[in-house]
Design a protein around this ligand. Sequence first.
Ligand code: UDP
Length: 253
Amino acid sequence: MSAETPATATPRYRRLVLKISGEGFVHAGERGIAMDAVAHIAQQTGRAAQLGVQIAIVLGGGNILRGAQFTAGNAAIHEATAHYMGMLATLMNGLALQDALELQGFQTRLLTAIRMDGVAEPYISRRAKRHLEKGRIILLAAGTGSPFVTTDTAAAQRALELDADVLLKATRVDGVFSDDPEKNPHAVLYSELAYDDVRRQNLRVMDHEAITKCMQYDMPIRVFNFKKEGNIERAVRGEKIGTLISRTVAGVH
Ligand code: UDP
């Protein structure tokens, strides 16, 4: 990392995976990429990286396209093809965020699970770890490289293979609620949840595969609102914002 400003407090984590969904790259209700939104994420993640934590960002692509929009039966595009289109969308976000971070003086590498020589390095976990050790922020695009899953599964997968201490899932709501907070004003925000609670109550946090993988290997997940200024930095510091999903018993704020 080349930008200055020393770390101010000892961060709790050594290495983490930060999942940023496509909605971070655009204004609410819009589609495509808004460069001011990208610059804002870059500022927030850049400040977090200055704490001295190794950061791997898994990019979402829903601001451009989600494969599940093209359900089976739509004759024009096979659903699997649409999933590949969704994975390519994450590369566009990655290119945008890479430039925004480098403009701020950070060293980055964009790695892709679908080969695209000329714009990004192929994802190789050993190489990814080496970049992290050298203080580079790595941007992981194209999800898992396989269709029919989401970038949440990719984030879980990468968190495990990169030996991350935590998976931080940045969303536009404050954490995990008992119901959809945008529809039900009485929805309760959980501060902690056990993996099993998420699965049993069918809470819409991440896809089933992602939660199951994290549960299987005991990877903690923190879900938090990145639209609130400074929250990425707080989450990276290990502050108790949003909802922590681990082996603990459920509680409420
Ligand atoms: N996708 C996929 N395989 C993966 C990751 C993503 O097929 O490993 C496709 C899937 O169609 C997904 C789209 O890429 O909907 C964009 O990713 P996602 O929906 O996870 O983006 P986000 O909701 O985080 O913005």
